[in-house]
Design a protein around this ligand. Structure first.
Ligand SMILES: Nc1ncnc2c1ncn2[C@@H]1O[C@H](COP(=O)(O)OP(=O)(O)OP(=O)(O)O)[C@@H](O)[C@H]1O
Length: 219
């Protein structure tokens, strides 16, 4: 089930400083959205707020779930059930293999057999099958990025949040990855928000938003 996003009067603070302000934003379910903006403008902060990793005041609701009204524990549960995340620096476990990293979220789940099959299919689709048994610390930057994408999608999340997912990839691999992410999202009914500097990513999205000095506006 895909979830729409509805935000109003959102502020995320670090001490006295407002790191992020979003007055009004509504994204329909199954939409593909890009956040762009100069370095330091707040793209990562915005993604982390959308993930409930940062607390804010106001309203930030995926469907009926307003993250601003949830406890930290409830946000963690919601994120585990509904979200996949691709972090800017991948956050792989270096001593685990590509496949073990991709399956990390399956370990404690009752549906881990189905999840493993899905992860293997995603690895094949993203050209990683031959690298399944290779340790993460022996993968290239682009390979690590694709492992992080498989890990984010293995549990078929309703929401995918990705921070610069094409940054370490050559043009052809980047284009193929974004085409795959978009096609999978449309086929599987997923809402996607990507932070990216890459104009080719902007072109593949339904909507591009701009953030400047921590203020997100429709672009
Ligand atoms: N916890 C925090 N406390 C104080 N300031 C923070 C905190 N987290 C982020 N910032 C600041 O917020 C601003 C936005 O950072 P952020 O990483 O979101 O930018 P970005 O647009 O993703 O940048 P880049 O494109 O370089 O990754 C920066 O000035 C950063 O130093």
């Amino acid at each position: 089930m895909s979830l729409p996003l509805s935000i109003s009067g959102l502020t995320v603070r670090a001490g006295a400083r407002a790191l992020l302000t979003i007055e009004e934003l509504a994204l329909p379910a199954c939409s593909l959205t890009c956040i762009r903006g100069p370095s330091g403008a707040g793209k990562t902060t915005a993604l982390h707020a959308l993930a409930g990793l940062l607390s804010g005041t106001g309203r930030l609701a995926w469907g009926d779930a307003d993250l601003c009204r949830m406890s930290r524990m409830a946000r963690t549960r919601f994120r585990g059930a509904q979200m996949g995340m691709v972090f800017q620096d991948f956050l792989l476990f270096e001593e685990l293999t590509a496949r073990e990293n991709a399956l990390i979220s399956a370990v404690f789940r009752p549906d881990r057999a189905a999840l493993s099959r899905r992860a293997d299919a995603l690895m094949e689709r993203l050209g990683l099958s031959g690298l399944a048994q290779r340790r993460a610390d022996r993968l290239s930057g682009g390979e690590r990025q694709r492992v992080a994408v498989v890990r984010a999608l293995a549990h078929d999340p309703a929401i995918l949040l990705a921070d610069e997912p094409t940054a370490s990839l050559d043009r052809a691999t980047a284009d193929a990855l974004i085409a795959d992410l978009a096609a999978l999202a449309r086929a599987e009914g997923r809402s996607v928000v990507i932070a990216s500097h890459d104009p080719q990513v902007w072109d593949a999205m339904d909507r591009v938003l701009t953030i400047r000095d921590g203020v997100l506006e429709a672009g």
